[in-house]
Design a protein around this ligand. Structure first.
Ligand SMILES: N[C@@H](Cc1c[nH]c[nH+]1)C(=O)O
Length: 389
């Protein structure tokens, strides 16, 4: 049988600078999260399918990667971290005082039925603020999201705020059943104007109709909030976004904030403010999050919550390429001189000096030359010396 050397669709090998850049983004985010009081949690790579299906279907079934399990139950590669963390908060962390600040650095796995070559392994760094409701908790999460992109050195970025309640309020005014609400959510999210128009035609007399039709165009600065008010009248959702914006501006974050009232996440556990972050140079959102007040309760503990996750690779791709360290020296040592050789390697900047596994000095020199190093450091009975290659 011929050995397959390619990797499965949606996966690939990543080398050197790509790994270095991913690691750099992760470590900057983790530093910020720890600074703000978040503690790390890690959840299993595989979970029961039911965890996601019964908790409100965070991710459509066809996007979950199924795996076998000796129990015979269907398992999936974790498609989302917020749901398992909600479970942890309601069970293992049941007796820990609220609010709980939790962070994670783990992958989510999402199959791509469109076969468009996008990655099915998505490394995320995220935070969940569990057991905190209201404006201050949402502010904390939004400023931490903004500071996340700032701390990564993202060139130009902004965060768009929306509100799950705005769409729900409009849909409720049309008296739609769950199936219809889902259908219209998909049309709005996909900016499918023709189909949306057709869907809404039986409801023309209803004032919510005009707002729903405009929804996917309601993005921009604060003028969007004024337009939403004109179309839909006063709503709690828009008032709330106003209040958030006032506080964010007062704290100096206003320049990073925009609005998108048509933002309806595919993940449907969101109940309040929702947001996405965009960096110039990346088409896709680099972070995404929002308030989810009913998810933890599904696992048995009443706790309102909010959080976000950064897509580490998408952020890393927007940053300037980092240089790899340049090898300068190779260390050749005779038997009995390993400790001196190691001391030399560890005393140099990372990646600029390495041990030679060769038995003779001649082969160490050849190896150093091939690898582009300038010198060989030799440790033997005469002490330490340099030999140019
Ligand atoms: N889990 C969400 C992001 C999120 C974290 N907390 C709330 N939302 C995602 O993967 O898009």
């Amino acid at each position: 049988m011929k050995l397959t050397v390619n990797t499965p669709e949606g996966t690939r090998d990543r080398l050197f600078s790509e790994c270095q850049e991913r690691r750099q983004v992760q470590s900057r985010l983790i530093r910020l999260f720890r600074q703000r009081g978040y503690l790390e949690v890690s959840t299993p790579e595989t979970e029961y399918y039911d965890l996601f299906a019964l908790s409100g279907s965070a991710i459509p079934q066809e996007r979950m990667l199924k795996v076998g399990d000796p129990s015979g139950k269907i398992c999936v590669m974790r498609p989302d971290s917020t749901t398992p963390i909600a479970r942890v908060a309601a069970t293992k962390l049941r007796s820990m005082a609220l609010p709980q600040r939790l962070y994670y650095d783990q992958k989510v796995y999402r199959a791509n039925p469109a076969h468009n070559g996008s990655s099915r392994e998505i490394p995320q760094c995220g935070v969940e603020l569990i057991g905190a409701k209201g404006l201050k908790a949402d502010l904390e999460i939004i400023v931490t999201a903004i500071d996340s992109l700032r701390s990564c050195g993202a060139p130009r970025f902004h965060v768009e705020l929306g509100h799950a309640g705005f769409f729900r309020d409009l849909a409720a005014r049309l008296d739609l059943d769950d199936g219809q609400e889902e259908e219209i959510r998909t049309l709005v999210e996909g900016k499918n104007f023709a189909a949306l128009n057709a869907f809404l035609s039986p409801y023309r007399g209803n004032p919510a109709c005009a707002a729903l039709e405009r929804l996917s165009r309601l993005f921009g600065g604060t003028e969007v909030l004024a337009e939403a008010e004109r179309l839909a009248g006063k709503t709690e959702a828009v008032d709330y976004l106003h209040a958030l914006y006032d506080e964010l501006s007062a704290a100096g974050y206003g320049q990073y904030v925009r609005f998108d009232l048509g933002m309806v996440h595919q993940i449907d556990y969101y109940t309040g403010v929702v947001f996405r972050g965009y960096v110039e140079g990346a088409g896709d959102a680099v972070l995404s999050g929002g308030r989810y007040d009913a998810l933890v309760e599904i696992f048995g503990r009443e706790a309102q919550a909010t959080g976000f996750a950064v897509d580490v690779d998408t952020v890393a791709r927007t940053l300037p390429e980092t240089a790899l360290p340049q090898l300068r020296a190779v260390v050749h040592y005779e038997p009995g001189y390993l400790s001196q050789a190691l001391e030399a390697v560890d005393g140099c900047p990372a990646g600029t000096c390495e041990l030679s596994p060769c038995r003779t000095l001649e082969s160490s020199r050849n190896m150093a030359r091939e690898k582009g190093a300038e010198m060989v450091l030799v440790f033997d009975k005469d002490g330490g010396r340099r030999v140019l290659v």
